[in-house]
Design a protein around this ligand. Structure first.
Ligand code: ZN
Length: 72
């Protein structure tokens, strides 16, 4: 069994599944202190803060986003 640098066990533990589409996501914190779901493939093992342009918010890619995004 081998591990490569960006799929460490700690990283794998942070990955969860979107309840709507079952995509692999990681929760990151924005600079404003909000937690948002980010597509796991765009997250490095030690990322904690969401970086626009590098991370891809799952709000934008989830095919079911409209069903779980809270209306204002
Ligand atoms: Zn989803």
């Amino acid at each position: 069994m081998t591990f490569d640098s960006d799929t460490t066990e700690a990283h794998e533990r942070r990955i969860t599944r979107c309840k709507s589409c079952r995509a692999r996501i990681v929760w990151l914190t924005t600079e404003a202190g909000k937690k948002i779901p980010v597509d796991a493939d765009t997250v490095e093992a030690d990322d904690e803060i969401y970086e626009h342009g590098r991370h891809v918010s799952h709000f934008g890619t989830c095919p079911q986003a409209s069903s779980w995004r809270k209306p204002r």
